[in-house]
Ligand binder design. Structure first.
Ligand code: SF4
Length: 502
């Protein structure tokens, strides 16, 4: 019996941007007696079901975006006589769907760190359970990824997780409901050991793949400190202290390392934290800006963010502190108007944002927005080929409506075109070259422009799903770009690198 772990994808680029960390974590959770699992990332190349033998176990990780292609893969695996097991955020929400559509024998809800090993044993015994509740495991039980299995030359960046969960409650996001609002923060040592292992292999760009790298704000601490009972304050202070300890050790690592993470905007008002990030070479951060007006922020329950000029100033603080921002924006909010597109593009430029992504509002399962939408539509939900659009991930891409939630003044096509216009504007050759002036060396500026164009082709083509020729061209361009970036981002391996101590 062999164990297979598969990351389904609609597109295969030959080279991937970031390592799909969960696969290497599940590899570590695979009991040693079954040998090393076979890892297949369809972002690199399509999975071939012909390699499966009767009785093999196939673990398929799904999020909503790859559910349909993952179900097809699972059915083929089942036809080959393999045990089919689904896990990930989507099957956690819809375990029955994975059985009905994807030929599942078993579904793991929640974290797989502990449950995956149990499922394999049950499959080997011929009697897997229908559903396993992996729950939210304590940070102490998070597995260290099996980086010894990674095809180094196939990825530009590696990924390490330091914390799961986010204390916020944005209406379009499911993270705080699936991973929880209480941060589960890993101890410093296993994180540093993973980073060192990756640098030994020759990765010098590492994403800290966290829900929110800044789980405790200064306001949280102040509020806890006002309470008579100091238990909560001490817990939060310990979490914050651990962040600083981690960043102090990262600062001792080789100077060619570069980290990227995901944080909330409040961190910009914490100069001590920003300085520690800079020292640790956390050079970039994804910041969910979402909207540039107070009304837009209210639409998504994100009024802890700033708007207008205050927002520009706040974002510039990251830049001044040497942390480059990948800003994330949402279009199609009820308060958006046709002028919102240009206003957003303009603000993104003035705020000194280095990279940006612009998405259209999509109600994803597990979010408050989704529940509200489903409730409001009731029996009037639009159907496509017998599938309600509230199950939009089950509708083939080409037939999927562009905009799911009706907008008070704009059509779906208007919003799509407006969003595409902002992508094209932000990533024009001229604008990208201008932004590359944050780097000195010509080679690095060139890498920056290539990365900008790859970003546009791989993620910024909002019309992809209706035009397969464009999709295929974008995939080819994305593949060439990723391959070029992989060479530019690779470092000479350092097999003797030691783990720093405090
Ligand atoms: S969008 Fe970001 S800040 Fe908001 S809940 Fe999700 S992870 Fe947290």
């Amino acid at each position: 019996m062999r164990v297979h772990i598969v990351n389904p994808s609609h597109f295969s680029y030959g080279t991937g941007f970031i390592t799909p960390r969960w696969m290497y974590v599940l590899a570590a959770a695979t009991p040693a007696k079954w040998g090393d699992p076979v890892l297949s990332d369809e972002g690199l190349e399509p999975f071939d079901p012909a390699q499966l033998q009767q009785g093999d176990v196939v673990g398929i990780g799904l999020h909503t975006g790859n559910a349909l292609v993952g179900y097809e893969l699972g059915q083929k695996a089942r036809e080959r006589g393999a045990w089919v097991v689904y896990g990930g955020s989507h099957p956690t929400l819809y375990p029955d769907e994975a059985h009905e559509r994807g030929g599942a024998h078993a579904v793991v809800k929640g974290d797989g760190d502990v449950a995956w090993g149990l499922v394999i044993e049950d499959c080997a015994g011929g009697a897997p359970k229908r559903v396993y509740d992996g729950g939210r495991v304590d940070a102490g039980k998070f597995r260290k990824a099996r980086w010894d299995l990674v095809p180094r030359e196939k990825y530009c960046w590696a990924s390490v997780q330091t914390v799961r969960g986010c204390p916020k409650h944005c209406s379009f996001c499911s993270v705080w409901r699936t991973d929880g609002q209480e941060p589960r923060q890993r101890a410093v040592n296993p994180v540093i050991e993973e980073i060192v292992e990756l640098r030994r292999l020759g990765f010098k760009f590492i994403a800290l793949a966290d829900d929110n790298f800044y789980p405790v704000t200064l306001d949280d601490l102040k509020a806890a400190d006002r309470r008579k009972d100091k238990t909560r304050y001490n817990e939060l202070k310990a979490l914050r202290d651990d962040r600083f300890e981690l960043m102090a050790l990262m600062a001792k690592l080789p100077s060619d390392l570069n980290f990227f993470t995901q944080i909330t905007m409040e961190s910009a008002e914490d100069p001590e934290f920003l300085q520690a990030m800079k020292d640790a070479r956390i050079r970039g951060a994804l910041v969910g800006i979402e909207a540039v007006t107070p009304e837009g922020l209210k639409d998504v329950y994100k009024d802890f963010n700033l708007a207008g000029e205050e927002l520009v100033e706040r974002l510039q603080m990251f830049r001044k502190a040497g942390v480059y921002v990948l800003g994330s924006f949402i279009f199609g909010l009820p308060s958006d108007r046709p002028a919102t597109f240009d206003a957003t593009a303009e603000l993104a430029k003035r705020a000194g944002i280095t990279f940006a992504q612009f998405v259209t509002l999509t109600p994803f399962p597990g979010t408050l927005d989704f529940e509200k939408w489903e409730r409001e539509q009731g029996d009037n939900m639009l159907m496509v080929d017998g599938v309600p659009v509230s199950r939009h991930w089950l509708i083939p891409q080409a037939k999927r409506p562009k905009l799911l939630t009706p907008h008070p003044v704009m059509s779906g096509e208007e919003i799509r075109l407006g969003t595409q216009g902002v992508w094209n504007n932000f990533y024009s050759l001229r604008a990208s070259w201008k932004r590359s002036n944050i780097l000195k060396a010509y080679r690095n500026r060139l890498a920056f422009v290539v990365a900008s164009k790859v970003m546009l082709h791989a993620f910024g083509n909002t019309g992809l799903s209706t035009d397969s020729a464009r999709a295929s061209r974008a995939t080819q361009l994305g593949g060439v770009g990723f391959s070029l970036l992989q060479k530019m981002f690779a470092a000479k391996p350092m097999p003797d690198l030691q783990v720093p101590t405090s």
